[in-house]
Design a protein around this ligand. Structure first.
Ligand SMILES: [Zn+2]
Length: 256
């Protein structure tokens, strides 16, 4: 079984002490590639340098909603900043960007910063990695308006079957992670069981989003096979089929 982790913050300090060891564990577990999202302008150069070390690691460029309050570029300039930074470097996506109603930055500022990043994705012809928390209507409205040509992924998807369908019809895959390992996530488990397998990507969101039974621990991309197993059980499909198709979906979206 071979899996791609479509969302892993592998550059974060949580992995500084043992990054090489974790990567070795990943390969032993069949996790063969990682997509590492951008979160802030200050982080981009180090992230670009990190992925130089290993051809199976791929970087995205973006400003995460949790970092928006510390952004020192005007939203109107961010589209150009991203396009300038992306020239001559290889990024597989724009993101992690989006809207989070539970963070401190005002929603109108978040919307302006998100819009700039969707416009950058349109201009660079790259897919988007989207973070949405309690702001699905605003996100859907913006994506419908701007129609980014390469679509993207709604990372750490949690929501209803209807919402999953709304995103998929706009060309957005659903990133499936540790959430589905919790029995209490009944609505999301039903939605991912019913969605077309062609619309799903697997992700860890490590070091965050620990799996059920590992609460309080650092999450690791090496645990991805457990997410694949859970998805296989929920859908009544073999884990090999889940691995094969989600891998293909990830390769397609990010042109790996
Ligand atoms: Zn993330």
């Amino acid at each position: 079984m071979q899996l791609i982790d479509s969302h892993c913050h592998f550059d974060f300090d949580a992995f500084a002490p043992d990054r090489d060891l974790v990567w070795r564990r990943c390969k032993e577990a069949g996790v063969t590639q990682l997509i590492i999202p951008g979160v802030s302008i200050e982080q981009w150069p180090d992230l670009a340098a990190l992925v130089q070390r290993e051809s199976a690691w791929h970087a995205a460029i973006g400003v995460h909603p949790w970092w928006v309050s510390r952004l020192d570029v005007a939203p109107a300039e961010l589209e150009q900043t991203i396009c300038t930074e992306a020239a001559g470097r290889h990024f597989v996506a724009v993101g992690e960007c989006g809207l989070d109603a539970a963070t401190d930055a005002p929603m109108d500022l978040q919307l302006a910063v998100f819009r700039a990043q969707v416009l950058a994705a349109c201009r660079l012809n790259l897919p988007l990695i989207v973070h949405v928390h309690k702001a699905h209507n605003e996100t859907l409205r913006l994506l419908k308006e701007l129609q980014p040509p390469r679509g993207g992924v709604i990372h750490a998807f949690s929501g209803s079957e209807q919402m999953a369908g709304d995103y998929w019809s706009l060309g957005f895959y659903l990133g499936i992670g540790g959430t589905i390992t919790y029995e209490r996530a009944a609505k999301t488990r039903r939605a991912v069981a019913a969605a077309p397998l062609e619309s799903l990507l697997l992700e860890s969101d490590a070091p965050d989003m620990p799996l059920a039974g590992r609460q309080g621990e650092r999450n690791s991309p090496a645990y991805m096979p457990e997410v694949a197993e859970t998805l296989a059980q929920l859908r009544g499909q073999s884990v090999e089929e889940i691995a094969r198709q989600t891998r293909k979906n990830t390769q397609q979206l990010f042109a790996l």
